[in-house]
Design a protein around this ligand. Structure first.
Ligand SMILES: Cc1cc2nc3c(=O)[nH]c(=O)nc-3n(C[C@H](O)[C@H](O)[C@H](O)COP(=O)(O)O)c2cc1C
Length: 214
């Protein structure tokens, strides 16, 4: 009986060693893999927030594509007073825009983010009223900010500067400004670009944005 127990012990002890070694191996592999996985997803220092307003979905498509590739969080700002619908080169605005609009959410806790992408359509040459209002009610202090706009026509440099000034007035450190075209010229006429083309363009911005946030 005694000899039998001894015999069993001898077999159990090496087995315990074995399972312990396997456990150590698994933990080591995991800890080695995890940082490289997260590094591959978000090659910037700190977390990124994508904050956007969109009326007809172009800016949403751009921001969603960026969020996905950057592993960022995303917040949509809603405009409670303007709903102009689609405005092309030929259509006219039916109601005047409410520039001092109301938004939802009014504030966003950005304390855990080091970098913010602000997405907005261009309305009458500038950032949308919703994004202007957000900048008036919030601070981007200590945040690197990249502005991404969607527009029908290419933005003039002086208008871009005015848009940057809006974010700078909210203490944001503007490290990039990109625009994605919602329309393009084909055989002399302006035509709408489809969402896939818009998303493709958004993805091309990624290296520049990642570099700006480093
Ligand atoms: C009220 C309004 C004003 C606009 N003003 C301009 C403009 O000044 N310049 C321009 O290139 N596009 C202008 N557009 C077109 C939008 O910028 C463009 O369609 C944008 O991609 C819409 O983004 P969204 O789908 O995210 O709302 C305007 C659109 C609206 C509704």
């Amino acid at each position: 009986m005694h000899a039998h127990t001894n015999h069993r012990d001898k077999r159990i002890i090496p087995l315990r060693h074995k399972s312990h070694n396997i456990l150590v191996l698994i933990v080591t592999i995991f800890s080695l893999c995890m940082p490289s996985l997260s590094h591959g997803k978000q090659e910037t220092a700190g977390k990124i927030l994508v904050l956007y307003y969109s009326n007809t979905g172009n800016t949403r498509a751009v921001c969603d594509a960026l969020r996905e590739k950057l592993g960022a969080d995303i917040v949509e700002i809603k405009d409670l007073k303007n709903n102009p619908g689609k405005l092309t080169m030929k259509t006219k605005l039916e109601k005047p825009l409410v520039m001092d609009t109301e938004i939802e959410p009014k504030t966003v806790d950005m304390s855990t983010y080091s970098s913010v992408i602000v997405g907005s359509p261009i309305w009458m040459g500038g950032l949308s009223p919703a994004i202007r209002k957000f900048a008036a009610l919030n601070t981007f202090a200590k945040k690197k900010v990249v502005i991404v706009t969607t527009t029908n026509a290419s933005e003039k440099d002086e208008l871009k500067e005015k848009n940057k000034a809006i974010v700078r007035a909210a203490k944001g450190d503007v490290v990039g400004y990109y625009q994605v075209m919602a329309m393009e010229e084909k055989n002399g006429t302006k035509v709408e670009r489809n969402k896939d083309q818009i998303i493709e363009d958004a993805r091309k911005l990624l290296p520049g944005i990642q570099k700006a946030f480093q």
